[in-house]
Design a protein. Structure first.
Length: 457
């Protein structure tokens, strides 16, 4: 009888522990809000000074403070940790600002991020420089990339598209004005197409001309044809389209030069070196060129194909080198990318400032994308599991990198967004011959139909 009573008494606590363990695995956000957050705050408050001391983030107190401590408490004077600000809980973690002691720098705190993570029982700790002498600790309670939920407020605008979620719970925004050209790599089913869908659907609602080169017979970009200003689905078509883009770029440079031929006394704000300095009434629409499966442009079978390949690669390199000032931006995608593709591959890569590597089939592709940024970024890209599609390592040639994951977006929803935004496509006369044919949308049961955009023969 006594044993039965004991088991009954233990049943309640065991059920609570089991439920908490299940919630932590199945519903991490709910677990963090109810259990993880209070525990982490308690650990932080109870062990803040000792943890900072163990991490080497304390300094000797000032002479006046040491004298005051000895005079009032007569106890041993201990090293002083950075002054801690108010703890601000969030739905995914918590934030706290630290005022660094004299002689400390943000790099000292960042080097101890892993120690702080274990000391306070959180998933990750990130350090952000707020202003001189102040850093912000961003504590993340659980793996936010396991189930992506984009932030409610994201700073977007012209040529700025929120694409994915970073591991520090901030949005990864693809900003073409800051990073004009980008290389996106990913094996089959790695999430590269999802990344592309978010970019196209985000740009579709903006006054931007979208141009596609998809040598896989258009299977990736054809669903967005209603919003594309031009589309090439074969290498022969791409060989015709790329010179037109180069000519459009040269015409825009002539427009800029004409604006620079100004008389004395003209205000400085009217002098420009790119299209963004032109008056809005004269400024041509920006163009974003999507190249899907770039390796198809490099493959050759005959000497004639080799000449065509060299011309296309030369045009791509020219667009990457000179396109930014003319408002032309590149998004180069592929399953792999290496020097063995042929002449011009490494030169093209050097002009692509942004780098995104999803799961790849070989280490050489990861090195091609991220090797000149950081060796640890290559290791992170090679360790992406197949069961996590959309997970990628993003970086740029400034040396920074982080993990991101793209939320799910169905092809039907992305295509519907493009159809609804078809009227926003700017008129670029040079691209009219390459505008893709858009078949009429079948009439729905309600009797409504979407009117397709006129097609230029």
């Amino acid at each position: 009888m006594t044993d039965l009573v004991t088991l009954a008494e233990l049943g309640g606590p065991l059920a609570v522990i089991g439920g908490a363990a299940y919630a932590r695995h199945a519903h991490p956000a709910a677990y963090w809000s109810t259990v993880g957050l209070p525990l982490s705050v308690a650990r932080l408050l109870a062990s803040y000074s000792s943890t900072m001391d163990a991490c080497g983030l304390t300094v000797e107190p000032s002479r006046w403070r040491a004298l005051a401590v000895r005079a009032t408490t007569r106890r041993e004077v201990r090293p002083v940790p950075p002054r801690r600000g108010m703890i601000r809980p969030t739905s995914t973690g918590l934030r706290v600002r630290l005022r660094l002691a004299p002689g400390q720098e943000p790099a000292d705190v960042a080097a101890s991020a892993e120690r702080l993570r274990h000391a306070w029982g959180v998933h990750a700790v990130y350090v952000r420089d707020v202003k001189p002498g102040v850093v912000e600790l961003r504590l993340v309670g659980y793996d936010v990339l396991r189930k992506v939920r984009m932030p409610r407020r994201v700073d977007s605008g012209l040529l700025r598209v929120p694409v994915a979620l970073r591991e520090d719970v901030t949005a990864f925004v693809r900003d073409y004005r800051a990073v004009p050209h980008e290389l996106v790599l990913g094996a089959t089913l790695s999430g590269k197409s999802m990344y592309l869908r978010h970019l196209i659907s985000g740009l579709a609602a903006q006054p931007v001309a979208l141009v596609g080169v998809d040598c896989k017979r258009g299977v990736e970009l054809a669903p967005f044809a209603s919003r594309l200003s031009a589309l090439a689905t074969e290498p022969d078509e791409a060989a015709e389209l790329l010179p037109v883009l180069v000519k459009e770029m040269e015409d825009r440079y002539d427009l800029i030069k004409a604006r620079q031929g100004i008389a004395p006394g003209t205000p400085d704000e009217e002098i420009t070196s790119d299209v963004w300095g032109l008056p809005e009434s004269e400024r041509p629409a920006p163009i974003v060129l999507f190249v899907d499966e770039v390796a198809e442009l490099f493959l050759v079978a005959t000497r004639k194909d080799e000449e065509r390949r060299d011309e296309m690669v030369t045009h791509l390199i020219r667009l990457a080198q000179l396109g930014r000032a003319a408002g032309i931006y590149l998004e180069v995608c592929g399953q792999r990318f290496g020097a063995e593709l042929g002449k011009g591959a490494t030169m093209l890569r050097a002009q692509l400032t942004g780098r995104v590597s999803h799961r790849v089939n070989d280490e050489a592709s990861a090195k091609m994308a991220l090797g000149d940024i950081a060796p640890e970024a290559v290791d992170a890209a090679c360790s992406i599991a197949p069961e996590l599609p959309g997970l990628a390592v993003v970086g740029d040639t400034s040396g920074g990198w982080s993990r991101i994951r793209t939320p799910y977006l169905s092809l039907a929803d992305a295509a519907a967004t493009c159809r609804e935004s078809a009227h926003l496509a700017p008129d670029v006369p040079a691209l009219a011959p390459f505008r893709p044919y858009v078949p009429p949308v079948p009439v729905e049961a309600s009797g409504t139909a979407t009117v397709p955009r006129p097609v230029t023969e």
